[in-house]
Design a protein around this ligand. Structure first.
Ligand code: NAP
Length: 276
């Protein structure tokens, strides 16, 4: 009797930078599970063919990253409500009946990381400021609204993208012009950077940060570097800071559980494995 070894992976382009393979392989090893997790660089025009073929080769699902998060949603046969609202998929499950099921666990990962890194933060503690209005921002806003944050200020370089987000998410979201971004920090109990600013190889964060107030919580989705300039400045201002690596780890938990049948722990060994 030969049982198929379950395979999963991550599809993006480029993909060599992804930390997901070492993360999932660490969990497979920790729990003594059969399986593997493989990075795949796939061109946009090949995505659908690859997704329809992988289940035939023993794949139980894949993570999806830039630039495929929106197209994966269109290709999927079944889509969760949260992925529809966010407009992007980061996790696909290949069902036994041949259908592709799409979900988005970024918001879940964001909130779990925030709760782990800043246990004193409560959704009702005040408004949140979200810098950026891309796919990650939509996942963050969805999760914060779900958690009960009373008001969210969203600011984005391209204003129309922030307005679209506010239209989609309702009247607890207020758009603030990008040039006014510094002004919303003072009134916010939580500040989230969802732009790529501050990431290695990207422009620096230029939003004026003198409005950050002592005791507020500041988190950055950028995790390369781990301690971004935003987090360093926030720390000096007496804020509680949470880095973005934990979001990557926590967003992977529901996927790993669905694919391999074991809910994994996010602990210091998991963090070390992702940083290797
Ligand atoms: P995206 O959809 O491409 O959005 C990029 C965002 O960054 C947009 O708001 C964009 O503004 C803004 N931006 C880019 N360059 C800018 C510049 N020079 N000046 C001002 N704003 C700029 O990407 P995404 O999927 O949302 O990802 C955003 C970031 O979050 C990335 O760094 C990604 O690595 C990170 N992320 C981390 C995790 C995690 O697990 N920690 C998960 C998901 C994403 P415009 O609309 O004006 O272009």
């Amino acid at each position: 009797m030969s049982a198929k070894i379950p395979l999963a992976g991550v599809i993006g382009s480029p993909i060599s930078h992804s930390k997901s393979p070492q993360l999932h392989r660490h969990w497979l090893k920790t729990y003594g599970l059969p399986g593997d997790y493989i990075p795949m660089d796939v061109a946009p025009q090949d995505l659908e063919l690859v997704l329809r073929t992988l289940p035939k080769a023993g794949f139980v699902g894949v993570n999806i990253t830039i630039p495929h998060k929106e197209s994966a949603l269109e290709i999927a046969d079944l889509v969760t409500d949260r992925a529809t609202l966010i407009g992007a998929a980061n996790t696909l499950i290949f069902r036994k009946d041949g259908q592709i099921h799409a979900d988005n666990t970024d918001g879940y990962g964001f909130l779990e990381n925030l709760r782990a890194g800043a246990p004193q933060w409560a959704p009702a503690s005040g408004p949140a400021a979200v810098l950026g209005a891309g796919g990650a921002a939509r996942a963050v806003v969805a999760s914060l609204l779900d958690a009960g944050v009373p008001e969210i200020f969203v600011t984005n370089r391209t204003r129309v993208r922030a307005e679209k987000l506010a239209d989609d998410f309702g009247n607890r979201v207020t758009v603030v012009d990008w040039v006014q971004a510094g002004n919303i920090l003072e009134d916010s109990a939580l500040v989230v950077n969802t732009t790529s600013l501050g990431m290695i190889g990207k422009p620096a964060m230029r939003v004026p940060l003198d409005g950050l107030r002592r005791g507020s919580v500041v988190t950055d989705l950028v995790y390369a570097p781990l301690r971004t300039d935003l987090l360093a400045t926030a720390e000096q201002a007496g804020c509680v800071t949470v880095d973005g690596l934990g979001m990557l780890l926590h967003q992977a938990v529901p996927a790993f559980e669905r694919w391999f049948g074991q809910r994994p722990d996010v602990d210091s060994a998991t963090r070390a494995a992702a940083l290797r």
